[in-house]
Design a protein around this ligand. Sequence first.
Ligand code: DP6
Length: 399
Amino acid sequence: MVYQATTSAPVNIACIKYWGKRDTKLILPTNSSLSVTLDQDHLRSTTTSRADPEFSKDRLWLNGNEEEIKPGSRMHTCITEMKTLRKKTVEDNDSSAPKLSTYHVHISSFNNFPTAAGLASSASGFAALVFSLAALYQLPVSLKDLSLIARQGSGSACRSLFGGYVAWEQGSAANGLDSYAVQVAPESHWPEIHALICVVNDAKKGTSSTAGMQRTVETSALLQHRIKEVVPQRMENISKAIHEKDFDSFARITMADSNQFHAVALDTSPPIFYMNDVSRAIIAIVEEYNRVSMAATGHLRAAYTFDAGPNAVIYAPESSIKEIVQLILRFFPQQFKDPFGLFREEDMAGKVPEGFNEGVSRVWEVDSVKGLIHTKVGGGPRVLGEEEALLNLDGFPNE
Ligand code: DP6
């Protein structure tokens, strides 16, 4: 009997940013956050887990390379928590159930997007890991319960257990049991939200989220204002905007929160700069696009957001995404892959809308933006078939 499961989990990009921990071991945040889950057809982590009494220790391979599972590490915590849950919810109640919690596991995980793209893979990676162990162990638990464990791998990973629009409630309990993810609305509620990820060329290695946010907690006075006075209201307002499919409010809040997150990074000592000149040019282009759109229609049509690096994610309704791609291509010439087949060859030429002030940015060298990924809001983790397994018959990564 082979005990094995393969699953995939999506990437999520926050509109209200998680930045700061009140407990670094349990990964409990200083504020609630909210994200959009992106479609796994374009970006995903896939993980196969197998439990076998013949295995001599727990082992993990990421994109084919073995990673050590250090005692006390986040990976170690997640695997241990999942084994404990197997014992408590299955084996303690049914003495005939195989004692999988006592077997070692082999885990192989693969991201379908290059790490070099600078997209965070920890959220989808830990969500896929926890979800694959839950499938392997046949746990009778909710996604909320799994989010409590994924959170201990990487905070933002708890939000990747759900599709659509997802909040991470900060909670207040010292043991973290009320700090979990909840779905604000499924992807089917507002499927028109598309995302354009602009992968910005960046040679230098920036400050990691984990280290950066800790420094912000220790030194930024502005973070305290953000936590107390700003985020609670924004969480409420953006949830309402999502329920009402009010893109104007969604966009305003998303852009303001990205900007405030980068302001608290700058307010950190020593200061942290995640955005670069290309990031700022993309802000200028989206702001000008919205100005023109406001004048013409009274509505916003795009929202930028930036995580702990220079890449931009532009959220936009499906109806304006084509125009936005053309705008980006106008200022950042490159080859664009078109997953939704929205473009004809002649559309690929950069074009600006009527009334757009082209003076807001220069035209950048080829490869300043080295890739564009066009995707949309998508669903939660999936259980996959055996044919997609990443371990061979002997329980080692496929070639
Ligand atoms: C800027 O979840 O990567 O992307 O909990 O230390 O692993 P750790 O941090 P991580 O931080 C993500 C920060 C962010 C904002 C967000 O996703 O909410």
